[in-house]
Write a protein that binds this ligand. Structure first.
Ligand code: APR
Length: 246
């Protein structure tokens, strides 16, 4: 577990001097809220299903009712979860620094519920629905197995980005712009295995930003970061706030 002495003074100085800090978060930031990551084994009802195989356009085409059941279960799980100290401290950081851009791969809205604003949702939002045929955003009828589009009659689908799908254009544009213009880039709670999100740290480094990984299990990319803080986001961020807020 990270303690204050694990956060180098040079990182605090870089954060104090930064005009723009960019934070990319992944599933690890919500782990302390009890939200399982895609790469965790699923529990209970869904123990025999592979989450990565359910979150695909192919799975939805093959069995939309099954995919809807899984997403409704996830919505219930996330609705009952609460933001953790990592989410709250990241929201607080925005008030301590001149400019913070928060990009999340998470679809659970926990950053927003902790008070973060202007969050760039790289993989969409678990609570949005849209038509799988005509793309119109709408609200699905939760009382039917496979909700349909009021405009075209096509099947509605959860508005998240599935494996193999493109990133929403504005999210990709705004994230890339933030990565190339920031002075410090924090990569938090992500395995850095899913692109293009994982490439944002490279973009930042190539544009002379200080890049930092915060993860209790440093990733295979740890060697390319300027600082690696091996701790949980719910522990490291409150400490960062304490060190900065003086
Ligand atoms: N604090 C910080 N990091 C943590 C914590 C914690 N408390 N607990 C776990 N982690 C780290 C793990 O060590 C792991 O490296 O979080 C990372 C989670 O990795 P993934 O499950 O691969 O999540 P993520 O990187 O967000 O996945 C990217 O892939 O599953 C798809 O679309 C989904 O957005 C997701 C994307």
């Amino acid at each position: 577990m990270a303690r204050t002495r694990d956060i180098p003074d040079a990182l605090i100085t870089a954060l104090r001097d930064a005009r723009h800090v960019c934070i990319l978060t992944g599933a690890g930031v919500s782990a302390e809220s009890g939200v399982p990551t895609f790469r965790d084994a699923q529990e209970g009802l869904w123990a025999n299903y592979d989450a990565q195989a359910l979150a695909t356009p192919e799975a939805f085409l093959a069995d939309p009712a099954l995919v809807w059941r899984w997403y409704r279960w996830r919505r219930d799980l996330v609705s009952e979860a609460m933001p953790n100290p990592g989410h709250y401290s990241i929201a607080k950081l925005a008030g301590l620094l001149p400019r913070v851009t928060l990009i999340t791969q998470n679809v659970d809205s926990l950053h927003q519920r902790a008070g973060s604003t202007g969050v760039i949702e790289f993989h969409g939002n678990l609570f949005d629905d849209r038509c799988a045929s005509c793309d119109t955003p709408t609200t699905a009828d939760d009382t039917v197995d496979i909700p349909v589009c009021p405009d075209c009659g096509g099947n509605l689908r959860p508005g998240v980005v599935w494996f193999g799908e493109g990133i929403p254009e504005a999210a990709l544009r705004n994230s890339s712009a933030a990565a190339v213009s920031c002075d410090v880039f924090l990569s938090v709670g992500t395995s850095s295995t899913v692109y293009p999100a994982a490439g944002l740290a490279d973009l930042a480094r190539d544009n002379a930003a200080t890049i930092v990984e915060i993860n209790p299990n440093p990733t295979m990319h740890a060697g390319s970061f300027d600082f690696v803080i091996a701790g949980k986001s719910g522990v490291v961020f409150p400490e960062l706030i304490e060190l900065l807020d003086v």
